[in-house]
Design a protein around this ligand. Structure first.
Ligand code: ATP
Length: 239
């Protein structure tokens, strides 16, 4: 897909500035996502990756710049109004409704997404068959990896147009990282539009249509052809 092809541009963030009080966290950040692409944002701690996703999700207000989604500036809209446009955001904290069962967590998300429970359970057990035996387990009793998968599945219900995931594999055991990688591969095959913040460069290089490298609140590099080894050479040194 050609960058700048106006027909297929889903999201265009332009010149985005965001601040926490007086402290500026993003400086003139611009990124672009075409329909059906999976793009990755990488960078050291504090680079501004989470702030970027939060701003697109409506949890932070831009101080300047725009967040054009399907041609409309959604920058500064309330989170529920962003979600209504089919945009879902999985935060970094892996927080589920711990006192509720897996099934209840899925049911709540299905209700919010306006899909039938049967359909929701079907999606959940297709994405992660292990949920079949865990439907009546309290979500708080799941492993960190299973909680993350539950959150991704819930977001799949509502992300009709765009799914954003913040550090899906952070702090997880390698066995469950492989599960999450498999889920991301499936999402890519289904051409789901996605923005993923991820530090595992092995995953990033295999799945990214484009990589944005952030540092100190700015995009310092855009790798537009991640399958080209020459383009990703030296990426590690930037993180
Ligand atoms: P990490 O990988 O550690 O989550 P990040 O790249 O996602 O890092 P952000 O969390 O977006 O970075 O943080 C960007 C900058 O904003 C950092 O300087 C951080 O200290 C600051 N920041 C983040 N959250 C807040 C907050 N709630 N209040 C004040 N400053 C914040």
């Amino acid at each position: 897909m050609l960058l700048g092809d106006r027909e297929s541009v889903l999201l265009r963030v332009e010149g985005l500035d965001v601040a926490y009080g007086q402290a500026k966290a993003l400086h003139e950040v611009s990124i672009e996502l075409n329909q059906g692409e999976m793009i990755f944002v990488v960078g050291r701690n504090g680079a501004g990756k989470t702030t970027l996703l939060k701003t697109i999700a409506g949890l932070m207000k831009p101080a300047a710049g725009s967040v054009l989604f399907m041609g409309e500036n959604i920058g500064g809209l309330r989170p529920e109004n962003v979600a209504r446009r089919g945009i879902a955001y999985v935060a970094q904290d892996k927080k589920v409704f711990g006192q509720l069962t897996v099934r209840d967590n899925l049911e709540l998300a299905a209700f919010a997404a306006g899909i039938k429970l049967e359909q929701a359970l079907d999606i959940a057990t297709t994405v992660y068959p292990n949920f079949k035996e865990r439907m009546n387990v309290k979500a708080g009793g799941l492993s960190g990896g299973q909680r993350e998968i539950l959150l991704i599945v819930r977001a799949l219900f509502t992300s009709r147009r765009l799914l954003m995931i913040d550090e899906p594999t952070e702090g997880l055991a390698s066995i469950v990282i492989r599960e999450i990688f498999r889920i991301l591969v499936d999402m890519k095959q289904e051409e789901r539009s996605a923005i993923i913040v991820e530090q595992n460069l092995g995953i990033v290089k295999q799945l990214a249509d484009r990589i944005y490298v952030m540092k100190e609140g700015r995009v310092i590099k855009v790798i537009s052809n991640p399958s080209d080894k020459a383009e990703t050479a030296g990426l590690e040194s930037l993180l």
